[in-house]
Each structure stands twice: as C-alpha cells, then as structure tokens.
Design a binder for this molecule. Structure first.
Ligand code: SF4
Ligand code: ZN
Length: 347
C-alpha cells in the first residue's frame, strides 16, 4: 500500500507519523513543524531574549546536535548568537570520539567552539580518575553523581569564558520525565519542586539556563536528526549502564506503552509541583569556597572535590547525598537547572 499524502503540504508522500499526534507528514514538513515548535517554546517561555549570546552545551550526542542545529536555524529570527561549549570529562574511549563529532559540527555550521576539561578545572581529576577512586566503594554507580555535579560547573565556566549570557542544554521530554520519575522514586520533594519549568533564571549570579527541547519527545529528536541527516555520536558512555537513570528509563517505556501521554504528563506534573510553596527548599546561600550557590557551607562541586582530594569519595557522596544528582544523563552533558550547586538531573 503506498504511503499516504503529507497532511501539511499535500504534495509529497508522508514519510512518518508523528508519534504524539499520529499526523502523517513528509520529512520536510516534519522538520519545519519541529523547528516551529521549538521556536514557540523559546518565545512563549521568553527563554532567550534578542541579543542573547547563547552557550550551547555540546556533547556530540543526538540531543545537543539537534538543539544546536535547530537554534542555528532559528538564530536570525530570535536575534541571538551561538557558541558551542563542550565538556571533556576525561572518559577514555568515549569522550574523545564524541568531541570529534562536536568539532565536525562546529566546522560544518561555522560556529565557534570552546572545550573545557575536568582535568584543567578540577585539579587534575578526570572522570576515569574519579571512577578509579570510587571503585570498590560499593558505590561505583555514583560516577554519574560526580559527573553531573562537575559537568554542570564545567559548562558554567565554559559559558563564562566565551562571554555567554545564557546556557542551553539538549534535554528532551523523555530526559525530563525520567528525572521526574527518579525524583518520585527517591521521594525527593525538594528536587521535584525545583525541577519544573523550562529552565532557571540564573540565581546567585549563575547564568540563566534553559532546555528548548524539553517538550520534544526523544523519538522526534531522533527523527529530526534523521531527516536533517545530522552527524552525531551515538555510543553510550562507559559508565552509563551503572546509572539509576537506566531503571527509570525502562519503567518509563512500560508506562508509555500503557499511556502514550505519560512522558509529557510527568514533565507537566513537575511544572505544577514547582509551584507548591510547601515543597520549596529554603533559599540557598553562597559556597564558602567558590561562591557558587549552596544549601550548605560548601557547594556540591566543592564538597565532592574535597572528598576526592582527601581520598574519601564515599564520604563526599554520603554527605551531599540529598543534594546530589545521580542522574547525569547518560547521553548528554547533564548540566543546568536551578541552583547552580544543586543540578537537576537531566539538566
Ligand atoms: Fe558522566 Fe553521563 Fe558518563 Fe554518567 S553517563 S559518567 S553523567 S558522561
Ligand atoms: Zn563551591
């Protein structure tokens, strides 16, 4: 049976059915609709004002690749300029190849690129060194806990170096739903309360952050990358299988099979919970060491580095546990979120 006609242009044959609406579209009309929806998210949410210098957290993975490409398409209409910022966590056999993809993108799209490395920023610590340090502690899955906190800090630092006024990350609706689910599973009301909305306004001197793809499903992100023939890196981080996020992802797949709207329902539930005053954590203060936002004497990044430098990484995790992010997204730089010191998973 021949493919149906595209429901938008009514000229070309449809190449897909949109996962959410079931609408049959050709590749060109789908990509145009996808870009229009991201534009709407940015404009309606007032995420990126005209004149903004936007640091795009670029990992080489599909989400940040799609984000950078869409924003490059929209940049003239939004009157913004873009700068790719990539974080080198120091993960042998993984990040080098991903960074190569980012460099190809920057060259092809003629976008400036800055790479910041954990080793340079954090006194020689790389994620491989952190993994070795935490091995045998019974908490090896906490690699992503460390990485999430440090990457958020690294992206902020990279964005400042290039004079950015805003930071964007590629987290999509599925990432956000996983995050909400994880916070529910952990009973973390404080994080649930902070986790809604499309970004954070930049409290305490931190740069404002947002997630323009937060309402786009992962399936559509993949479809967009396919129809735009985007070159991205798709291998999973070597530490990803240990992350709790993987369990949330499996659970979400089951929920979505029973209730297709489960992903967006979870994302929107976090937005509503974010408005509940009783669930809001107390306003953060400043880290006594680096000045970043912190709900304790030290921010999460300083507390983690402190524990690592003293050879007591478990202690660092245990002390900061409630505030730490164990859900560093296995696919994307996990930065961003409200208080700079308390990253929201998936941000
Ligand atoms: Fe970092 Fe992501 Fe790898 Fe976890 S999976 S260690 S958050 S890059
Ligand atoms: Zn600090």
């Amino acid at each position: 049976m021949p493919a149906p006609q595209c429901a938008s242009c009514r000229k070309a044959r449809a190449a897909l059915r949109r996962p959410r609406s079931g609408q049959a579209l050709c590749g060109t009309c789908f990509c145009a609709a996808f870009e229009a929806e991201v534009l709407h998210t940015v404009v309606a949410g007032r995420l990126l004002p005209p004149g903004a210098v936007v640091a795009v957290g670029a990992s080489g993975g599909k989400d940040s690749t799609v984000l950078a490409h869409v924003l490059r398409e929209l940049a003239p209409r939004l009157a913004i300029s873009l700068h790719l910022v990539a974080v080198d966590e120091g993960i042998g056999g993984y990040r080098d190849a991903a960074l190569a993809a980012v460099r190809r993108q920057a060259a092809r799209w003629e976008l400036p690129l800055t790479v910041v490395a954990y080793a340079e920023l954090f006194g020689g610590w790389t994620m491989d060194a952190v993994a070795r340090s935490t091995a045998g502690s019974g908490r090896s899955r906490s690699c992503c806990t460390f990485c999430g906190v440090l990457r958020r800090r690294a992206l902020e630092e990279g964005a400042r170096r290039v004079g950015a006024t805003h930071v964007v990350t590629g987290h999509n609706a599925d990432d956000m739903a996983e995050t909400v689910l994880m916070n529910f599973l952990r009973g973390d009301a404080g994080r649930l309360a902070r986790g809604g909305g499309l970004g954070s306004p930049g409290e305490g001197g931190a740069l404002p952050r947002c997630r323009p793809l937060q309402l786009a499903s992962q399936k559509e992100v993949v479809l967009y990358a396919h129809f735009r023939r985007l070159d991205y890196f798709s291998e999973e981080c070597v530490y990803a299988p240990e992350a709790f996020r993987g369990h949330a992802r499996e659970l979400l797949k089951l929920l979505e099979a029973a209730r297709p709207s489960a992903v967006l329902d979870l994302v929107h539930s976090a937005e509503r919970l974010a408005l509940a005053p009783a669930a809001r954590p107390p306003p953060p203060g400043a880290c006594s060491r680096c000045g970043a936002l912190a709900s304790r004497a030290l921010c999460q990044a300083c507390a983690l580095l402190d524990g690592l430098n003293r050879g007591r990484p478990r202690l660092a995790i245990g002390k900061g546990r409630r505030g730490l992010d164990e859900e560093g997204s296995p696919r994307e730089p996990q930065p961003s979120g409200p208080p700079a010191s308390e990253p929201i998973p998936g941000f």
